[in-house]
Design a protein. Structure first.
Length: 338
């Protein structure tokens, strides 16, 4: 009976067909791509955070190094008539900077024959009086030691790079010969270690004395060459806007800019409002937020007639300090009647 019993093979249950991916997603199950993304996301976030921390550390380190290497700002002291470079020091210490000899010295400015035939009240003038404070004009030939001008217990000039911006408009036709003479005296007070450039403004253009777009060592031969070029090539005419010339001057990154004019805002189509001019100068020569000083001092010398708007004075007060403005009237000239 046992042998007759037949064993019925077990019937395997039918395998279920795998659910489609779409069905799994609808049931809330993660796909393979989602599992991979979830696995690598912490690593990506960690790497990004580490990169950010490293970047911040590098930036902080670089900033600290730059702050340590940045020298303390030096107050520029410059006098139009006494520019011989000498580190600022208390009175009583010797300057001792000899001037080289053997080069062509800038000659003394000559009196202009035209002035002899003019009445004292006319615009052309002969020469300017020495500046207030007793600084006399430099002699024709260099001397080993020159007594500098004094300012509030300090002496000499520490301006290394100097640019002159000169009005060449028609209103300067009578005064320009005198301005050139004073420019020559100022140049002669410099030493070869200093550098200079001269830029005239006429209409809306700037006219630079060669070599253009760079500063020139203040050697006597270079000084004489510049003055000769000016006398041969600069003729006052038209009306002027000084902005282009001042912009070109500041592009040379000088320590000080001397602006020589009698009416810097001009008139007619070349006129520029005082507020607009001051705004543009603040943009071109801003205050350094670190030092609280401007990159370049702008000092102004006004000739012959006072300006009711006081534009040059306001420029000097904002960019050159309380001693940055000088007015030279007809009464200041030699031989003027009181």
């Amino acid at each position: 009976m046992d042998k007759a019993r037949t064993t019925t093979p077990a019937v395997r249950p039918a395998l279920r067909r795998a659910a489609p991916v779409g069905d799994l997603a609808r049931l809330g199950s993660e796909s393979e791509t989602e599992r991979r993304v979830r696995a690598i996301t912490p690593w990506v976030v960690s790497i990004m955070l580490h990169i950010g921390v490293i970047a911040i550390a590098i930036a902080v380190t670089y900033t600290m190094v730059q702050l340590r290497e940045t020298p303390d700002p030096v107050l520029v002291i410059a006098d139009f008539h006494a520019l011989a470079h000498d580190p600022v020091r208390p009175l009583g210490e010797a300057s001792g900077m000899p001037l080289p000899v053997g080069e062509e010295a800038l000659p003394d400015p000559l009196e202009h024959p035209l002035a002899d035939a003019l009445a004292p009240q006319d615009d052309p003038v002969l020469a300017l009086a020495p500046p207030t404070g007793g600084a006399a004009a430099a002699p024709a030939t260099p001397i080993p030691v020159q007594v500098p001008a004094t300012f509030a217990g300090l002496r000499a000039s520490n301006a290394q790079k100097v640019v002159y911006v000169v009005d060449a408009s028609g209103s300067m036709i009578g005064a320009l010969p005198v301005v050139i003479d004073e420019l020559a005296r100022s140049l002669r007070s410099m030493v070869p270690q200093q550098e200079f450039a001269i830029i005239f403004f006429q209409r809306n253009q700037s006219l630079a004395v060669p070599p253009r777009d760079r500063l020139t060592p203040a050697r006597p031969a270079e000084q004489a060459k510049a003055i000769r070029w000016i006398r041969d090539n600069v003729i006052p005419n038209g009306r002027s806007n000084p902005l282009k010339a001042i912009e070109d001057a500041l592009r040379l990154r000088p320590d000080v800019v001397f602006v020589l004019s009698n009416n810097i805002t001009g008139s007619g189509q070349f006129e520029i409002e005082q507020s607009r001019l001051l705004e543009l100068l603040d943009h071109l020569n801003p205050v350094d937020p670190m030092s609280g000083q401007r990159r370049t001092q702008i000092q102004c010398v006004q000739f012959l007639d006072d300006d009711p708007l006081q534009t040059l004075r306001r420029i000097a007060e904002r960019h050159g300090g309380p001693d940055g403005y000088r007015f030279i009237s007809r009464a200041d000239l030699p031989g003027a009647t009181p």
